[in-house]
Ligand binder design. Structure first.
Ligand code: NIG
Ligand code: FE
Length: 408
């Protein structure tokens, strides 16, 4: 008899793996876990014999099981909020105008610099809990509201503390090149030098899994982004960028040149950028929350991305300025409604493709040997997760083979 740590039966399984069946679905399925990994997944009738008296058994009665959701782009460690800026934008000011006048990212930087580790931890923990309650099991968190060594380090230390004390899996990204701090006004090159010096220091402390740059007119140029990427490459760290969000500078092609993980936002991406990403295996991370909240009108080049078979991921971009939405499920709906993704594409975007966007090969699909991260949902078809919002659909969440407590 085979030994399992726990078994789920009578499940509809959306494996999200490569399959000729939509969602990689398996009806009347079973899933078994051993040592935090999936040990069996397939039809009920092929489930190997196991000691049913000694093994916890969950009869999910036809519920759907999906891989744990992955939010591959967030800025969820920050203090303060920008409701005042929201009001200004409602009166006609643009995001760029507010940034140029010293508001925007700079105001969150001030609040975050002033906040203690404890305060940032508490704020971020509540955000993680909200994501977890929807079925999220892995979250990427960026620094970028510190913009000096001590404050960037503080943000990444809070991310490391969350990784230690919260059940969710955390990936830490250094986004020192997010905005120009006031101390470096008119000296972006000087600040980029500083960023390049911060990187090895932070990496040595185990605080950096990947490196991101805001490559944009109100951020940093392609040449400056290249400097940061070169240091990252020398340290063996993968790169990604906020690129082509407000204009087409060529940041995505630069990410591709470095065989980077992802180019994110990409509303203004052109065909040569799409081709470069396809060639390099760089993932396109779509952020419909920011598109919606900034009332952008330029759609990302979805048809081209499909044509070139660039994997599409969807993320919340949770941040106080452009996407104050602590919900990946809302992003699923927005990806379909605003970007016309199919529900299957959207769900791949928060599972298999989001895992690829983080360079994680051990999750995002349900298959033997993968991490046992999955959610059981009271739905009759996977598209329901994209279709409705605000109704609690998650019934059980398992991370690393362990059932987690969901807060109400
Ligand atoms: O992903 N584009 C730059 N960074 C964030 C916004 C950060 C902010 O406004 O606080 C984004 O949209
Ligand atoms: Fe972002």
């Amino acid at each position: 008899m085979i030994e399992f740590d726990a078994v789920w039966i009578n499940a509809n399984l959306a494996t999200m793996g490569h399959s000729s069946v939509p969602y990689g679905a398996i009806a009347n399925g079973a899933l078994a876990v051993k040592d935090g990994r999936i040990a069996y997944i397939g039809p009920m009738q092929d489930l190997p014999a196991f000691d049913s008296l000694a093994t916890p058994l969950y009869d999910v009665k036809g519920q759907w099981i999906l891989p744990g959701l992955i939010d591959c782009h967030t800025h969820l460690i920050y203090a303060g909020n920008r409701a005042n800026e929201f009001e200004l934008r409602l009166q006609g000011a643009t995001y760029q105008e507010i940034a140029a006048a010293g508001g925007g990212i700079a105001s969150t930087v001030q609040a975050t610099r002033d906040a203690s580790h404890e305060h940032l931890f508490t704020l971020a923990k509540d955000r993680l809990n909200a994501l977890q309650n929807e079925g999220v099991t892995t979250v990427e968190i960026k620094s970028g509201y510190g913009l000096d060594l001590a404050s960037e380090q503080k943000m990444l230390e809070v991310a490391a503390l969350l990784a230690e004390h919260h059940p969710l899996n955390i990936v830490k990204t250094f986004l020192g090149a997010h905005a120009l701090p006031a101390e470096f006004k008119d000296n972006a090159d000087g600040y980029i030098e500083q960023v390049c010096q911060m990187l090895p220091v932070l990496q040595q402390q185990g605080l950096v899994d990947a490196v991101d740059v805001f490559c944009e007119g109100i951020g940093f140029s392609v040449a400056q982004t290249r400097k940061v990427f070169s240091v990252a490459k020398a340290l063996g760290l993968p790169v990604k960028a906020h690129a082509e969000q407000l204009s087409n500078l060529g940041g995505s092609a630069l990410v591709a040149e470095f065989y980077g993980l992802s180019a994110d936002h990409i509303e203004f991406l052109d065909e040569s950028g799409v081709a470069a990403m396809a060639e390099a295996g760089t993932v396109a991370v779509l952020l419909p929350g920011a598109y919606y909240f900034l009332r952008e009108t330029q759609l990302p080049p979805i048809a081209l991305l499909r044509q070139y078979r660039v994997p599409l991921a969807i993320a919340s971009d949770l941040n106080p300025g452009t996407s104050p939405f602590c919900s990946l499920q809302l992003m699923l709906n927005m990806a379909c409604t605003l970007f016309r993704l199919t529900p299957e594409e959207a769900l791949l975007g928060v599972t298999r493709h989001a895992a690829k966007a983080l360079g994680l090969a051990d999750r995002g699909v349900l298959a033997v040997g993968m991490r046992a991260d999955f959610g059981c949902y009271a739905i009759s078809q996977p598209a329901e997760l994209c279709y409705q919002f605000g109704i609690k659909l998650l019934r059980q969440l398992v991370i690393g083979g362990k059932s987690c407590r969901l807060s109400v």
